[in-house]
Design a protein around this ligand. Structure first.
Ligand code: NAD
Ligand code: UDP
Length: 334
């Protein structure tokens, strides 16, 4: 297939590009590099053995996206471009609606004008809010508490409407749980700008000595060791889920949503221990108060993805930690 991959220079997008190319697809990336670097394209090429097409630009630019679709005879789109920081979205909600919602709108207009009928969208488990039951399945009530989550929900809803109006269209919303880890080459991985918000990149930078110690946000949750529990999924498993979603769209139209997780949760302390074992480094930490907006425990019901997409995560927690450390070590080595 000829795939337009938006946000393909980012953490998840670069892994999706590699997996798509390994599966024989032609990949054209559109990324405005607002949170990434063009050097990632070279790294993708090094891993894949051939280069994806790269167009620097914004997904809200309908003309640019239409031109890319025509130039590459695009038949499917994987849409990952967007902002992703919960904290920033609370401070700057309009920035999030502008970039995420208007970006998706521009993309959808371009797809409609060029009659592209397949879309895979990067949604998030954050739309479920505080789980009312576990594991969280796709029909769990939706309860967003910040502009980031609401931007994801708006886009999911927009896609529902567009699918009703264009019955030939197929859209799959993939609700990611907690992607971590990196490609085994160590060439691509998660390297957020500034101080990381997420657990794994923070832990990695403590291990490397760039940050002094981890703050563990609360040890008084109703979980086995009191720290928050999440469903961490290897980014390569997650990337393969996108290829499975594309395959699904070749024989299914309409709107669909699937969780991408492993179905099991690990606590913050379990993550620290697993990372220490894989890296051979110790992770100094202190327990602090809870982080506002955090939930105690979240993990996915994965049956729907297993049945519908014929996909399930296979990589271990050890692999998640070892590959994240491998990426950091390769970065440090230049
Ligand atoms: P990332 O910031 O590393 O990658 C996003 C990429 O999109 C970046 O390369 C950025 O430059 C680009 N971009 C942003 N806005 C753009 C625009 N308007 N036009 C063109 N390019 C644009 O983030 P990521 O972790 O790879 O996440 C990818 C997607 O997955 C995001 O939409 C995010 O909300 C979603 N998601 C991520 C997580 C996570 O934990 N990483 C969890 C759930 C959902
Ligand atoms: N966490 C933590 N210290 C950090 C970052 C995160 O203790 O510096 C905890 C957080 O409270 C949650 C888990 O690690 O229980 C995962 O947090 P992350 O931000 O990675 O993902 P999300 O909250 O989006 O699920």
């Amino acid at each position: 297939m000829n795939v337009l991959l938006t946000g393909g220079c980012g953490y998840i997008g670069s892994h999706v590009a590699v997996v798509l190319m390994a599966a024989g697809h032609h990949v054209a990336i559109v990324d405005n590099l607002s949170n990434s670097h063009q050097g990632v394209v070279d790294r993708i090429s090094e891993i894949a053995g051939r280069s994806p097409a790269f167009h620097r630009g914004d997904v809200a630019d309908v003309k640019l996206v239409r031109d890319v679709i025509r130039e590459h005879s695009v038949d499917s789109v994987i849409h990952l471009a967007g902002f992703k920081s919960v904290g920033e979205s609370v401070q700057w909600p309009l920035k999030y609606y502008q970039n995420n919602v208007c970006g998706a709108l521009g993309l959808l207009e371009a797809m409609e004008a060029e009659s592209v009928a397949h879309l895979v969208f990067s949604s998030s488990a954050t739309i479920y809010g505080d789980p009312r039951y576990l594991p969280v399945d796709e029909s769990h009530p939706q309860h967003v508490i910040n502009a980031y989550g609401r931007s994801k929900l708006h886009i999911e809803d927009m896609l529902r409407d567009v699918c009703v109006s264009r019955p030939s269209l197929g859209a799959v919303c993939l609700r990611y749980f907690n992607p971590v880890g990196a490609h085994s080459s160590g060439l691509i991985g998660d390297r957020p700008r500034g101080i990381p918000n997420n657990l794994m990149p923070y832990v990695v930078q403590v291990a490397s000595g760039e940050l002094e110690r981890l703050k563990v946000f609360g040890d008084d949750y109703p979980t086995p060791d009191g720290t928050g529990v999440r469903d961490y999924i290897h980014v390569m498993d997650l990337a393969e889920g996108h290829v499975a979603a594309l395959d699904y769209l070749s024989s299914n139209s309409g709107w669909h949503a699937f969780n991408l997780g492993t179905g099991r949760g690990y606590s913050v302390l379990e993550m620290i221990r697993a990372f220490e074992a894989q890296s051979g480094r110790s992770i100094p930490f202190e327990i602090t108060g809870r982080r506002q907006g955090d939930v105690a425990c979240s993990y996915a019901d994965i049956r729907s993805a297993a049945q519908g997409l014929n996909w399930r995560a296979t990589r271990s927690l050890e692999d998640m930690c070892a590959s994240a450390w491998g990426f950091q070590s390769r970065l440090a080595g230049g």
